[in-house]
Write a protein that binds this ligand. Structure first.
Ligand code: PHE
Length: 339
């Protein structure tokens, strides 16, 4: 009997050692401890023994049982660990592999400039107006005090659609539209939008570009209001220390008229004044045509080039970058990028 027990132990330990899967190990357990397992069977033999021999035999069987169970549990842990390691290795994540790059869109630099200007003027009580890009000659020129044979028409080479309609050459026609809409009431508006001129395209000119028009009409408007408004706008766009220069100029719809330059730093460290907008006090004739009594009302107006501002603000050398939709260019204008 003792020999048999020894043999069972040896075989059981061997089988446990040989089991390489949890399934095989489980089969070993059933083979020894199951209903018909070898140890179970041996235990069954106990009743044929002499009662005096039973305790010693029971103890011997128990010792073997404990030894086999211990080996079995250890092997099971072993196998489970090995399986876990294999799984981890198989499912390993290489965090150094390049991931999926999702690019976040950003607002076009020209729209960023427009939004900045709109923010400022909305805060000062202006409203934002719009007007059509296909405009009547009446609004684009005549109501802006530029009659049919006026030489100033040559200043803005136009795309005509027919005798009476053209692609607007400036945002100034929105002045006329706003005045008619307000029917003689004071007004404060800005109007951003596209304009078209038959200019030759070159790094600083395009046949299509954007302007923001500004118009204020009230009883006591003076040149000082205009100057302060323009300075406020320039400092909002370029920083609080920025200086501007007003130069006398000519526009048929303003009197006096001026061009406004902003002081910029050149790459070599020196500074220069660069023109960014045209402005002036609304011409009495324009007021009158718009339904305002020039004896009672005065106004100021300005028209600023959006591309101009963006070129200077972001140090861009070619206006055509704005229109080619090159994603590499546009990606540089994430929110918060500024001069
Ligand atoms: N409309 C003018 C231009 O396009 C700019 C301007 C607007 C000048 C308003 C004076 C007043 O050149």
């Amino acid at each position: 009997m003792k020999e048999l027990l020894k043999q069972i132990k040896t075989e059981a330990l061997f089988e446990i050692e040989q089991a390489t899967t949890i399934g095989a190990l489980e089969a070993v357990r059933v083979g020894y401890f199951g209903k018909k397992g070898r140890l179970t069977e041996v235990m069954g033999q106990m009743r044929h023994l002499d009662p005096a021999e039973r305790p010693a035999f029971g103890q011997a069987v128990n010792t073997i049982k404990v030894a086999i169970e211990a080996a079995w549990t250890a092997r099971k842990q072993n196998l489970e660990e090995a399986i876990l390691i294999a799984t981890l290795q198989k499912e390993q994540l290489d965090v150094t592999l390049p991931g999926l790059h999702l690019y976040q869109g950003s607002i076009h630099p020209l729209n960023q400039v427009i939004e900045e200007v709109e923010d400022l003027f909305l805060g000062m009580g202006y409203t934002v107006e719009e007007g059509p890009e296909v405009e009547l000659d009446l609004f684009n020129f005549e109501m802006m005090n530029i009659a049919k044979d006026h030489p100033a028409r040559d200043m803005q080479d136009s795309f005509y659609i027919d005798d009476k309609t053209l692609l607007r050459t400036q945002t100034s026609p929105v002045q006329a539209r706003a005045m008619l809409k307000m029917k003689g009431e004071p007004l404060k508006i800005i109007c951003p939008g596209k304009v078209y001129r038959k200019d030759d395209d070159d790094p600083s000119h395009s046949h299509q570009f954007m302007q923001i028009e500004g118009l204020v009409i009230d009883r006591d408007i003076t040149l000082a209001h205009l100057k302060d408004t323009l300075l406020t706008m320039v400092r909002h766009l370029f920083g609080p220390e920025r200086e501007i220069r007003l130069r006398p100029s000519y526009f048929p719809f303003t009197e006096p008229s001026m061009e406004v330059d902003v002081l910029m730093q050149k790459q070599d460290g020196t500074t220069e004044y660069i023109e960014i907008l045209g402005a002036g006090m609304v011409h009495p004739e324009v007021l009158r045509m718009g339904g305002y009594d020039p004896q009672v009302y005065r106004g100021f107006a300005f028209g600023v080039g959006v591309e101009r501002i963006a070129l200077l603000k972001y140090h861009i050398d070619d206006i055509r970058h704005f229109y080619t939709n090159d994603i590499r260019f546009l990606r540089q204008f994430k929110e918060g990028v500024s001069s």
